[in-house]
Design a protein around this ligand. Structure first.
Ligand SMILES: Cc1cc2nc3c(=O)[nH]c(=O)nc-3n(C[C@H](O)[C@H](O)[C@H](O)COP(=O)(O)OP(=O)(O)OC[C@H]3O[C@@H](n4cnc5c(N)ncnc54)[C@H](O)[C@@H]3O)c2cc1C
Length: 412
């Protein structure tokens, strides 16, 4: 393809495709060093997903970032650790201070802006971008095609065609399409011959088929969740579970979803009474049955369980004091309630996506494509996904940092 057919020749500019967390951060870093940037986003406003983070509070980072908190099938964990260490929380906090964003570290090591608002973070970012003479911003400008020319890259969008010497792919993932999530970035990467690891929704509610959960719609409890495959435990955790019309949601469920990936034939074991040992619960119930022989079963259970759960479990039992096994089995059922074949709810309900551009495709020290010089891939487009707790934004900032540092070196 010849460059002469094009309308805008921007060979000295860096084109960043995607004005989300990683794209904005990369742009700000480059602009601070007077590198001209063209920033494209298909949305009308930039940072739409960033605004929704942390329920609008923006869980912007985690003080304890480590490769252990990320999943990938193509990156070496050492590479992830290296990217994170290159832009540690301490350095990020210092950068935020310089930009004018004060941070607050919670006891659980999650980090939020002191203003407690994603909007404040975006306002500061927008101010930095708008006040830069070196920025051309193209909103409502989806990049539809990206081609490698002999020396440069050709970008085609509804806003026109552009030639650039350097391109950063920061298009995010398919998660949360209402907030701009799409697989367009991965398609651009694939068309350039980059290998993409199959994607899957994660940090996502789960669909399960169970009569019990249908009865409990709207109930939120703290429960222990154990994810199993062929009797092998994949993950155990205790956190919020919210029952819904399609299955289960809540923080505990989102966290366990990250261990499901594309696997099938799994089981989730729910412990409705995680803070009492089986034997202790059995003894306490036995004493109560003796002391209050006329008390309704649902009322007996309500001392331990949410009343709706107590009612659901009480429906199928009438105590028989002569049957010693009955109480034991009942308590076992409360602490080992089986949900078979949990399935991921889909990208529209997911916070993030697993899979993405393979780690084999990029230089681990720069995130530059090994196939195409001056093409970089950052943020959630890469085959790296973090746990809940600020880890995904932490990776977006760190990957943007490592890439902008490499670009700065080439512009020296
Ligand atoms: C509801 C919700 C809550 C979340 N909360 C948190 C949280 O509290 N903490 C945390 O760490 N993480 C959180 N995340 C995850 C976090 O938001 C993402 O991991 C992060 O935004 C990824 O940054 P990114 O720059 O890679 O992608 P994005 O922020 O998604 O940005 C990608 C941008 O690229 C644009 N784009 C895509 N294709 C094209 C194209 N072809 N042309 C032009 N533009 C294009 C999109 O419109 C988008 O604006 C949350 C996610 C969701 C959905």
């Amino acid at each position: 393809m010849k460059d002469t057919t094009l309308t805008h020749n921007n060979t000295q500019k860096v084109a960043i495709i995607g004005a989300g967390a990683s794209g904005i951060f990369c742009a700000i870093t480059l602009l601070q060093h007077n590198i001209p940037v063209m920033l494209f986003d298909k949305n009308k406003n930039l940072g739409k997903k960033l605004l929704a983070t942390g329920n609008g509070r923006c869980n912007i980072h985690n003080q304890n970032t480590h490769a252990n908190h990320y999943q990938t099938s193509s990156f070496n964990p050492k590479t992830i650790q290296n990217i994170l260490q290159n832009f540690s929380f301490k350095t990020f906090a210092k950068t935020c201070q310089n930009l004018g964003i004060a941070l607050e570290i919670q006891e659980d090591s999650k980090v939020y802006p002191l203003a407690n608002s994603a909007k404040s973070v975006l306002e500061v970012f927008e101010d930095l971008l708008k006040n830069s003479k070196n920025l051309e911003m193209y909103l409502e400008s989806e990049i539809l095609e990206l081609h490698k020319t002999q020396e440069n890259f050709l970008l085609k969008s509804c806003a026109g065609e552009f030639i650039c010497s350097c391109v950063v792919l920061a298009c995010g993932s398919e998660a949360a399409p209402k907030l701009g999530g799409s697989d367009k970035g991965l398609q651009l990467a694939k068309n350039l011959g980059l290998k993409v690891i199959p994607t899957y929704p994660t940090l996502v509610p789960l669909m399960v088929e169970s009569k019990l959960t249908n009865h409990l719609k709207g109930v939120k409890i703290k429960a222990k969740l154990t994810l199993k495959k062929d009797n092998q435990i994949l993950k155990t955790l205790t956190d919020d579970v919210l029952f819904t019309d399609y299955g289960i949601s809540g923080f505990g469920v989102l966290d366990i979803s990250t261990h499901i990936k594309l696997q099938k034939d799994l089981k989730i074991i729910l412990d409705f009474v995680p803070f009492l040992e089986e034997k202790v619960l059995e003894n306490q119930l036995a004493t109560l049955i003796k002391t209050y022989p006329n008390r309704k079963t649902s009322t007996l259970l309500s001392g331990f369980l949410h009343p709706k759960i107590a009612k659901a479990f009480a429906q199928n039992i009438t105590w028989n004091p002569k049957n010693t096994k009955q109480l034991k089995q009942f308590v076992f059922g409360l602490k080992n309630f089986e949900l078979t074949n949990p399935t991921l709810k889909g990208f529209e309900n997911a916070e993030v996506s697993g899979g993405g551009v393979s780690g084999e495709e990029v230089n681990p020290n720069t995130l530059e494509s090994k196939k195409h010089k001056n093409l970089y891939v950052i943020g959630e487009m890469l085959d790296v996904v973090g746990e809940r707790g600020g880890y995904n934004l932490a990776f977006a900032w760190a990957s943007a940092h490592i890439c902008s540092k490499a670009i700065l070196d080439t512009f020296k």
